[in-house]
Design a protein around this ligand. Structure first.
Ligand SMILES: Nc1ncnc2c1ncn2[C@@H]1O[C@H](COP(=O)(O)OP(=O)(O)OP(=O)(O)O)[C@@H](O)[C@H]1O
Length: 338
C-alpha cells in the first residue's frame, strides 16, 4: 500500500514583478509516497526549482496559495520555528550549487555537526564527531578524518556536493528534495551520487523528489515522473508508462530531443522556440500550443485540464490526440530497462 509523505493540492507560487504577481508554479497538485522517487522534468524556466523551494518554504518573498501537506499536516500554515524544526530533519534538500549551500568560513565537520546538533541538543561532541565521520564515509568521501577539518574551498566540486548530500541526509529525512544534484559533476561521480540517493530511499523508505534535465537519469532512478511546462504539470505517470507511452506533445518532444542508440534515429527533434519568461507566460489555453504551431487550434482545449487516461496516467489538454511531429518525422522509442 502506498503511503503519502507529501501531498500538494492546488499549489500556486507567484513572484511579484513591479506591481503584479506572476505564478511560476500554477495550480500544481501531486503526491509523493514513502519509498518512492518522483522525478520532475522540464526545460529551464518551467518552475521546477520554484516548486522545490515552495515545498521547503524557502522563498522569502513569494506568494504561496494552496496546500502543502507533509505527513498529513498543512505546512503552509506553519510558523518559522515549526518549519525550522522540519527542515534539515524530516525534510532535506540538495541544492543545485554546492557552494551556495556551504558556509565558506566553517570547517566541513562543524557544518555537518551543526545540523545534527540543531535537531538533537543532547548529542555529545564525541558522538557527533563519530556520526559526521560515518556520514562522510557514507557519501564516499575518502580520508574522512582529514576532510572533517577542511574548508569548502579546499574540496573539489564533486566532494563539495557529497558534503551537501551528507548534510541533507544527516538526520535521515523522510522527504529528500534534490534539485539538479549532479549537474556540475562528471559522469562517474554523478552515478555514485545517484546511487546514494537510491540507497537512502531504499534503506530509510524516504520519499524523494528529483529535479533533473537528464532523461537518462529519470529512466534509471524514477518510480514516477511529472513533466512540467510553464508552471503546470502537463503529464504525470509511472516511469514505464511515461517512456513507453508518452502522450503530451511536450513530453514526446522532450523524449525525441534526446539521442538514443537507435539506428533508425535520423535527426534529433528540436523543440521550436523557448519557454516564455514569467511575465510572458500564456495564461489561457494550452500553454504549449505556440511551440507546435502545425497542430490546429481546434485540437486544443480552451481550459486544459489533466485527464486520467489510464490509472495514474494524467495528461493535460486534448491536443495529444492529434499530435504528430512535423514532416511526418518518426518518433523514437525510449525503452526503460528495469
Ligand atoms: N525570485 C524570483 N523572482 C521572480 N521570478 C522568479 C524568481 N524565481 C524564479 N523566477 C522565475 O520563475 C520561472 C520559473 O523558474 P524556476 O527557477 O523555478 O525554473 P526551473 O524549471 O527550475 O529552471 P532551471 O532548470 O533553470 O532551474 C522563471 O521564469 C524564473 O525566471
Amino acid at each position: 500500500m502506498s503511503e503519502p509523505i507529501l501531498e500538494i493540492n492546488h499549489l500556486t507560487t507567484s513572484f511579484r514583478i513591479k506591481d503584479e504577481h506572476y505564478a511560476a508554479v500554477d495550480d500544481v497538485s501531486l503526491t509523493v509516497n514513502k519509498n518512492e522517487l518522483l522525478a520532475i522534468v522540464g526545460e529551464s524556466g518551467c518552475g521546477k526549482s520554484a516548486l522545490a523551494f515552495s515545498i521547503m518554504r524557502l522563498h522569502n518573498r513569494a506568494k504561496i496559495e494552496g496546500e502543502i501537506k507533509f505527513k498529513g499536516q498543512n505546512i503552509t500554515e506553519f510558523s518559522t520555528s515549526q518549519l525550522n524544526a522540519l527542515r534539515g530533519k524530516d525534510m532535506g534538500m540538495i541544492f543545485q550549487d554546492p557552494l551556495t549551500a556551504l558556509n565558506p568560513l566553517m570547517m566541513i565537520g562543524d557544518q555537518i555537526g551543526e545540523i545534527l546538533l540543531i535537531h538533537n541538543k543532547t548529542l555529545s561532541a564525541n558522538k557527533r564527531k563519530g556520526r559526521v565521520i560515518e556520514l562522510l564515509n557514507k557519501v564516499g568521501i575518502p580520508r574522512a578524518e582529514h576532510v572533517y577539518n577542511q574548508f569548502p574551498h579546499e574540496l573539489s566540486g564533486g566532494m563539495r556536493q557529497r558534503v551537501v548530500i551528507a548534510m541533507a541526509i544527516a538526520n535521515n529525512p523522510e522527504l529528500l528534495i534534490a534539485d539538479e544534484p549532479t549537474t556540475a559533476l562528471d559522469v562517474t561521480i554523478q552515478s555514485q551520487i545517484l546511487d546514494l540517493m537510491k540507497e537512502l530511499k531504499e534503506e530509510s523508505h524516504a520519499g524523494v523528489i528529483l529535479i533533473t534535465h537528464d532523461l537518462g537519469v529519470v529512466a534509471e532512478m524514477a518510480d514516477r515522473v511529472a513533466v512540467m511546462y510553464a508552471g503546470q504539470i502537463v503529464e504525470i505517470a509511472d516511469v514505464y508508462t511515461l517512456f513507453e507511452n508518452p502522450l503530451h506533445p511536450y513530453t514526446r518532444s522532450l523524449l525525441n530531443s534526446v539521442p538514443t542508440a537507435n539506428e533508425e534515429q535520423s535527426k534529433l527533434h528540436v523543440i521550436q522556440g523557448v519557454v516564455p519568461s514569467l511575465q510572458n507566460l500564456p495564461r489561457e489555453g494550452c500553454r504549449f500550443s505556440a511551440r507546435i504551431p502545425w497542430i490546429s487550434e481546434s485540437a486544443h482545449e480552451k481550459n486544459p485540464v489533466l485527464h486520467e487516461v489510464s490509472p495514474g496516467h494524467f495528461v493535460r489538454c486534448t491536443c495529444y490526440k492529434d499530435f504528430h511531429f512535423p514532416d511526418g518525422k518518426k518518433e523514437d522509442k525510449h525503452h526503460v530497462i528495469s
